[in-house]
Write a protein that binds this ligand. Structure first.
Ligand code: ADP
Ligand code: ADP
Ligand code: MG
Length: 450
């Protein structure tokens, strides 16, 4: 097969850069890594065919510097660019510059990213497509008084949410009128400092909910398919920690209904790459609500890969090259159960990020065990980036066997020199709620209060 591209620049670091490089290599595409001064010895730099230093350690000086990234792509003669997740992946700057320079951006077009970038606009689009959205403000609220009026109207508890939000930041639950003003300004401040945009939404807080999401793939010719659902309800401070596919307690009918809503939305906006439509499922009313669309590859994509036996990054690259889908809905079949646990470098009590040198690293392996990581014995974990250092993904025919495999793998993992959340992950998996599958986004909170 002729490689779909000659040379791919990966505008990212860590495990996702490593994961993309591996697939590109299998496809016969040359790879270019970019790195900051703090990542000179990083695994993604070692694995790529070429590498370019794009600046100092802080993200704003390197991985968020679009000009430096595009210069690297041009100088090395790349014809494609993959943004990974985080950093600039959901901004329009890279696809815009790629278009000017004749480089293929492996992601949706800039208009799609723009229209889905803010949660308020995305909610409006979903509403127009007749997909249920969480009751609340239709657009960014102008003032805290307006926010309070909406909160009184929909009733407490409410969730204040940054329109530009991501990674759970700029989000506050408010249980009564008294606490509203303070939390509104706190959320505004956090949104401003994290995203440079203080716009906020106020919506009904759904206390007993599951985070359910649909992996979709669209192409420039208007076609779109889905790879069914993932459940990501195990969250700490609105950030996912453990994900599984398929969701264990959802009926086939519900899975089909949510999947088709996601495809309907994607088609409505001409979604032309890999993406994820996120929903909240209210366990009390059994209704599902649209949350947002992540216009990029997601951290938890491997659980879908494991149950479908498909390489989603390969499919994403082929779709970008051919402008049409490389497979049909009927080609997608599911088998068994997959669970992913995100291993982070953090202390177990306060969950504060840790950094330093990994003196020794041993990763679990065996049938149905996959580890996506950038660690090796002697590598360093810089303090400037996300604390996730490895993902352990297990697959087995049954959920029960998958859980056993994941527990065993987490026990086998050895990271000397840096404290990780391994034991914390095990305690979550051992909880009766997780074991039963009947857990909600409150699982971790309820464990720490026991
Ligand atoms: P995902 O499922 O990919 O994690 P989310 O919608 O939860 O999707 O968004 C998380 C995004 O925020 C990811 O792109 C990730 O890189 C980034 N992220 C996650 N955790 C953190 C963090 N602690 N600090 C900064 N960014 C983070
Ligand atoms: P982010 O961009 O930070 O990923 P999301 O809108 O996807 O923001 O929400 C992240 C998480 O916050 C969800 O997975 C869910 O746990 C929680 N959440 C979001 N909206 C609501 C809501 N209306 N009620 C209850 N929980 C919510
Ligand atoms: Mg989200």
């Amino acid at each position: 097969m002729t490689p779909p591209f000659k040379k791919l620049l990966i505008a990212n670091r860590g495990e996702i850069a490593v994961r993309i490089i591996r697939t590109a290599r299998e496809l016969g595409i040359k790879t270019v890594a970019v790195y900051s001064k703090a990542d000179e010895e990083a695994l993604h730099v070692k694995l790529a065919d070429e590498s370019v230093c794009i600046g100092p350690a802080f993200p704003k000086d390197s991985y968020l510097n679009a000009m430096a990234i595009m210069s690297a792509a041009t100088l090395t003669g790349c014809d494609a660019l993959h943004p990974g997740y985080g950093f600039l992946s959901e901004k329009t700057i890279l696809p815009e510059l790629c278009e000017k320079l004749g480089i293929t951006f492996i992601g949706p077009n800039a208009n799609v990213i723009k229209s889905l970038g803010d949660k308020d606009e995305a909610k409006l689009i979903a509403k127009k497509a007749k997909i249920p959205v969480v009751p609340g403000s239709e657009k960014a609220v102008e003032s805290y008084q307006e926010g309070l009026e909406i909160a009184n109207y929909i009733g407490f508890p409410v969730l204040i949410k940054a329109c530009a939000g991501g990674g759970g930041r700029g989000m506050r639950v408010v249980y009564d009128k008294g606490g509203f003003k303070e939390e509104f300004f706190n959320a505004q401040q956090e949104a401003l400092s994290s995203f440079g945009d203080g716009s906020l939404l106020v919506e009904k807080y759904i206390p007993n909910a599951k985070h359910i999401e649909v992996q979709i793939l669209g192409a420039a010719d208007g076609s779109c398919i889905h790879f069914a659902l993932r459940e990501c309800s195990v969250q700490r401070r609105f950030q996912k920690l453990i994900e599984e596919a398929l969701p264990y307690t959802l009926s086939k009918t519900l899975i089909d209904r949510i999947s088709s809503d996601a495809v309907k939305l994607a088609k409505k906006i001409g979604y032309d790459s890999l993406g994820t439509v996120e929903f909240l499922y209210d366990c009390d009313t059994e209704k599902h609500y649209f949350l947002e669309v992540n216009t990029r590859i997601q951290v938890e994509h491997p659980v879908t890969e494991e149950i479908c036996r498909l390489d989603l990054v390969k499919i994403q690259i082929l779709t970008a090259a051919e402008k049409t889908l490389p497979l049909k809905q009927n080609d997608i079949k599911f088998r068994g159960h997959a669970i992913e646990a995100r291993v982070t470098a953090e202390d177990p009590i306060n969950h504060l990020p840790q950094s330093g040198r990994v003196q020794f690293y041993h990763q679990p392996s065996g049938f149905g065990v996959r580890v996506d990581s950038f660690l090796y014995s002697g590598c360093s974990v810089p303090p400037y980036y996300d604390s996730m250092i490895a993902k352990i993904i297990c697959w087995a025919e049954s959920r029960h066997d998958c859980i056993q495999k994941l527990l065993s793998s987490l026990s086998e993992l050895v990271v000397v020199g840096i404290v990780t959340n391994q034991e914390f992950l095990k305690s979550i998996i051992l909880s009766s709620e997780f074991q039963s599958g009947n857990y909600t986004t409150k699982l971790i909170e309820s464990m720490t209060h026991q």
